[in-house]
Design a protein around this ligand. Structure first.
Ligand SMILES: Nc1nc2c(c(=O)[nH]1)N[C@H]1C(S)=C(S)[C@@H](COP(=O)(O)O)O[C@H]1N2
Ligand SMILES: [Mo]
Length: 224
């Protein structure tokens, strides 16, 4: 399979059967690729696939749950249908990875994080939000002020379709103004904390405040 990927990446083979094979791969074995290699595939739409976990379980309407807890008055657990039933917001913005690739004007849709925080009743001593994922490994964090921005959401749709497994579906965090590592895939937990707890990549050197073009020593053109 990897040699086939190599061919595909080099653009040497473009037959439809190969594309079907690649889609099958993206749907299964790609879950085990922590390298981003599959991002070199054709028709990836400019996105690269990332996962720091060796494999990630699939979750759908029957099995997906999002918990909101920590320094809140009303902890809650949401099903996928419950999230879909809440007012949805749509943001179209450039996606920028800290390794350099950019995908312009990508629509995301979902529930504003601020709405879920307000529903939970954030306590006065809270200062930050920690995010965990059902891949069992990844985590992220935002200050409460960042988390309350209108362009930060619990996303259910990307590119006007439900978010697929490879892109962190059924639910991922989406933080429009920051490098894409802030947008945690396979989101399963939102916990309100007193202080920022650095996330997976932040423990490994990336900036917690990950504004595009103004962090991580990078001078990327501002995203719009
Ligand atoms: N759970 C989880 N979320 C994650 C990552 C990850 O490895 N695991 N990688 C991050 C990084 S570095 C990027 S660039 C994007 C990649 O998203 P994509 O795979 O949909 O292109 O997801 C971010 N969120
Ligand atoms: Mo990234």
């Amino acid at each position: 399979m990897l040699s086939m990927l190599g061919l595909g990446a080099a653009g040497l083979v473009t037959a439809p059967y190969l594309q079907r094979g690649l889609e099958a791969f993206l749907g299964s074995a790609a879950d085990k690729d922590p390298t981003g290699l599959t991002g070199l595939l054709p028709n990836g739409g400019g996105f690269r696939y990332y996962s720091v976990a060796a494999s990630v379980p699939r979750k759908g309407p029957d099995t997906y749950r999002l918990t909101v807890d920590g320094l809140v008055d009303r902890p809650a657990t949401y099903t996928l249908d419950e999230l879909r039933a809440l007012p949805q917001t749509r943001v179209v913005h450039d996606v920028q990875c800290v390794t350099g690739w950019r995908v312009p004007h990508t629509p995301f849709e979902g529930v504003r994080l601020s709405r879920l925080l307000d529903a939970a009743g954030v306590r006065p001593d809270a200062g930050a939000v920690r995010f965990t994922c059902f891949d069992g490994t990844y985590s992220e964090s935002l200050t409460l002020q960042q988390a309350r921005r209108a362009d930060v959401m619990v996303a259910l749709r990307m590119k006007d379709a439900p978010i697929g497994h490879a892109h962190g579906g059924p639910v991922r965090l989406y933080v429009a103004p920051m490098y894409f590592y802030k947008s945690a895939k396979w989101l399963s937990g939102i916990s309100v904390t007193s202080d920022v707890r650095p996330g997976y990549w932040e423990e490994r050197g990336y900036d917690v405040d990950a504004w595009v073009g103004r962090s991580n020593g990078r001078g990327d053109t501002p995203t719009v």
